[in-house]
Design a protein around this ligand. Structure first.
Ligand SMILES: [Zn+2]
Length: 135
């Protein structure tokens, strides 16, 4: 079975991955319209400015949507079943596709508060993931 795919790192997204290696969740913020931006881009999707700064996000958010994968996953992920793929809305307002870890399947719900945690995959890549936050 092939190894799981490793995310490709585009040059303009390197600060995101460098932050994750340091267990910091960093996202972009436009210096002109002041909106937060995720995924990493070369210019602001709202005002087209190329003045994008990197800021450290709070690491907290809520589950916007999710699916619990219990069977028939892509083959390289079969060993991980069951697992959760989710869209998390950060406090900063941007949405991030991620995994939910350390969860109780009976308790999972949309709008559940979550916080970031980090899973190192290699020396270069650490994946931000999220776990339920005690309410
Ligand atoms: Zn902007």
């Amino acid at each position: 079975m092939p190894d799981k795919p490793i995310p490709p790192v585009d040059s303009w997204a390197e600060p995101f991955w460098a932050g994750a290696r340091e267990r910091r969740l960093v996202i972009q913020k436009c210096a002109d319209c002041e909106k937060h931006v995720f995924y990493p881009r070369l210019s602001c999707p709202f005002c087209f400015s190329d003045r994008l700064d990197w800021i450290e996000a709070s690491g907290r958010g809520t589950i916007y949507s999710y699916t619990l994968v219990q069977n028939n996953p892509p083959s390289t992920f079969a060993q991980d079943v069951p697992f959760v793929i989710a869209i998390v809305e950060l406090e900063e307002g941007v949405r991030m596709m991620t995994n939910i870890v350390d969860y109780d399947p009976e308790a999972l719900r949309c709008e559940m508060p979550v916080e970031v945690t980090f899973e190192p995959l290699s020396d270069e890549i650490t994946l931000p993931q999220f776990r339920p936050l005690a309410e």
